[in-house]
Ligand binder design. Structure first.
Ligand SMILES: [Fe+2]
Length: 173
């Protein structure tokens, strides 16, 4: 009986016919894939996590052409506040624990492995409403240069409050 490999040939045996694997992602799907790859390598990121009761802790894991990857920790009760990401798009991936995301589209619980992709102008708030710490991975493309904060009622109205640009913070989310 013939197998697909026998019929089509084993692509692993002819690596010169495979498309080159990009060393750096350049598409949303590519950045989401990068995040999943990093997430799966728990032994690499787990030792870097710190929990800080005074502020959300964040650590830049890596940078590449046109993107940055950040590791964040959230103790129970810590949150980002409503914000957008300036001109950056992003991929948020929960690595451990559970986070709650609030946006104009509603509230959703994000468990370990959950992934959210957002475009410039997307306003949300991320909070650890759980009883255990949480860890998340954030890919921003281009790298995050600003994170305008929005007033608390911003998530109840669209578009974002016009005062949003007046409030800025260096914190990530
Ligand atoms: Fe965010």
């Amino acid at each position: 009986m013939n197998s697909d490999v026998e019929i089509a040939g084993d692509p692993l045996a002819v690596p010169h016919l495979l498309p080159p694997v990009p060393s750096h992602p350049s598409t949303v799907a590519g950045f989401a894939g990068l995040a999943r790859t990093i997430a799966a390598d728990r032994a690499a990121w787990a030792p870097l996590v710190r929990y800080d009761a005074t502020t959300r802790w964040y650590h830049r894991l890596r940078t590449g052409p046109g993107y940055e990857v950040w590791l964040l920790s959230w103790v129970p009760g810590q949150g980002s506040g409503p914000h957008d990401h300036g001109p950056s798009s992003g991929v948020l991936t929960v690595l451990d624990g559970e986070l709650t995301e609030r946006s104009t589209r509603g509230t959703r619980a994000l468990g370990a492995g959950a992934q959210r992709v957002f475009a410039p102008g997307y306003v949300h708030e991320v909070v650890n409403d759980a009883l255990e710490p949480a860890v998340s991975l954030h890919v921003y493309f281009p790298g995050l240069t600003e994170m305008p904060m929005h007033p608390p009622h911003a998530l109840a109205c669209t578009p974002a409050h016009p005062d949003a640009s007046a409030l800025r913070t260096p914190f990530l989310g």
